[in-house]
Design a protein around this ligand. Sequence first.
Ligand code: AMP
Length: 227
Amino acid sequence: MRIVFLGPPGAGKGTQAETLSKEKKLPHISSGNLLRESVENDTETGKKAQQHINKGQLVPDQIVVDIIRERILKNDCKNGFILDGFPRTLSQAIVLDGMLKDLGNKIDIVFYFAISKESIVLRLSGRRICAICGANYHVKYVPSLKDGICDKCGGKLYQRTDDKLETVLERIKVYHEQTEDLINYYKKNGILKEIESESNVESITENILKVIDNASKSASFVNLGVV
Ligand code: AMP
């Protein structure tokens, strides 16, 4: 199954994608993580991407599209994947559809994570990440036992440069300008499922799994010629 997670930064897409990836044995492909990796590895792509990321703006389509194409052509994506943070613009969605059509595939479900601006600001400005194992914390909601230190591996916790308040506000603005067109695009295609994302992590996971299981059931009926 090919799944897209769509929604503003801080809506919990990454957390849910990690859980779903384990549950359904599908690779979790985060465009943000792939871009940050290329920045850390100091590649040409990373150098070009970094300036946009630090300002909270979108990286040019061509850079992101190339990274995603390379990733979804890998063997582990043959039976599906979870795309998190890509596509983010209508043009990226159209390119993605073309890429998948060439492979004889299509996106099956797009989950739209609905959340208020106030919650996004609260979540992102308090988010902290372990520099060693990548575990996520929140200064108020999921604090580490020892201030600034990861419970799991003892690594130092840091704040992503683009999680600083000023950049968070820019990311939300960019999201509204660029990404909302996508909601209408996928709605028209009949594959958009809205997920209320203010509630707790477990109930959101449960809702996502229900939608996927229902979609798998109706897909097998179609295959059997029942509908
Ligand atoms: P994220 O981790 O998804 O919040 O992404 C962090 C940053 O990476 C974004 O603010 C953008 O600068 C960049 N980025 C991630 N995905 C995309 C995308 N699909 N298109 C353009 N820029 C992206």
